[in-house]
Design a protein around this ligand. Structure first.
Ligand SMILES: [Zn+2]
Length: 323
């Protein structure tokens, strides 16, 4: 069963919006293009793991991308899988090449075409998520000693795994995505047989979804880009020119002469993702280069936004930004 379905992360959405809006000659363009590959690979890896997890029986509830509060901050879990007897925390890594888990230096070393690169040990990361989650359970649900098992799922089936670990634990914790559900089923049976008692999965599901606080990255601030440097208007899905004009009830590209649908709604999404958390009818007209307040209203209504305030001063924002 699905508790929270797979969605494209707001980080990936924000990078895609920025690459659409930033002129290709902008000095930060190549930096952003390079940075974009990380959330993209992350999402592809999570997609792979999600399709595997969906093969689990209905005794398991799958949550993708939960961001839960811990002290003054948050921690983000790629996948949480809940059953009546235990909980699984899964960190996904989508890396090609040879992955060497160095347990002495607590590092992950990736080798691709003889080039070595060091990363934080994902086992340490997932272990940290495990104890933070355990604290969250005791604080929010008043459940202490909830059985939590953690995994690092390797999404890329051709990556080679190596380690210098002396103990066997790493072989149970770091698994290729295709074998992940076997491990989950084994642990679930183990806890069922131990008969520790049952978890209230309905209540836990509700509390997890209530506490989940999606992350909203501010890429303009991060890369020192001003809103005025971005391209306004509707971007053509065929030639990427920001030169679409409203003609006879349709959007026509003046560059390549093709029509498109949905570009205006996407433009509103880009605005809310990058420039401001809300938009007025007037700001929408000036941003899209249209004159009719009725047309702006129609576009805003068909975009995935919600309006606040009286008609005259109404501002529109994304549903998710309520929290
Ligand atoms: Zn075009």
């Amino acid at each position: 069963m699905i508790g929270k379905p797979l969605t494209v992360s707001s980080r990936l959405n924000a990078y895609e919006a920025l690459l659409r809006r930033l002129p290709s000659h902008h000095p930060t363009y190549t930096t952003i293009e390079k940075a974009y590959t990380l959330p993209l690979a992350g999402y592809r890896g999570e997609k792979e793991v999600y399709y595997r997890l969906k093969n689990l029986s209905d005794n398991f509830i799958i949550f993708h991308d939960l961001r839960l509060p811990h002290q003054d901050s948050f921690f983000q879990i790629d996948f949480l899988v809940l059953s009546k007897s235990c909980i699984f925390v899964i960190e996904v890594k989508n890396m090609r090449g040879t992955l060497f888990f160095d347990t002495h230096f607590k590092q992950l070393i990736r080798t691709v075409e003889e080039k070595e690169e060091g990363f934080r040990n994902p086992l340490a990361q997932v272990q940290e998520h495990k104890w933070k989650l355990s604290e969250w359970f005791s604080k929010v649900l008043n459940i202490s000693s909830v059985p939590i098992e953690s995994f690092v799922a390797i999404a890329n089936s051709s990556s080679v795994l190596k380690t210098n670990a002396a103990d066997l634990e790493i072989y149970q914790r770091v698994v290729h995505a295709e074998y992940l559900i076997d491990h989950l089923n084994d642990w679930n049976t183990y806890y069922l047989e131990k008969n520790f008692g049952f978890l209230d999965v309905d209540q836990i599901t509700k509390e997890l979804l209530d506490a989940d606080t999606p992350f909203q990255p501010d890429l303009l601030k991060r890369y020192g880009i001003k809103a005025g440097e971005l391209r306004n208007g509707v971007v053509c899905p065929h030639c990427n020119a920001a030169s679409m004009k409203r003609t006879h009830g349709k959007w026509l590209c003046w560059q390549c002469n093709k029509y498109s649908k949905g570009g205006a709604e996407q433009a509103i999404g880009d605005y809310l993702q990058l420039i401001a958390s809300s938009i007025s009818n007037q700001e929408c007209r000036s941003y899209l280069g249209i004159e009719s307040p009725q047309l702006a209203k129609r576009i805003l209504h068909s975009a995935d936004v919600v309006g606040d305030g009286a008609t005259k001063n109404r501002r529109y924002r994304v549903f998710d930004r309520i929290n």
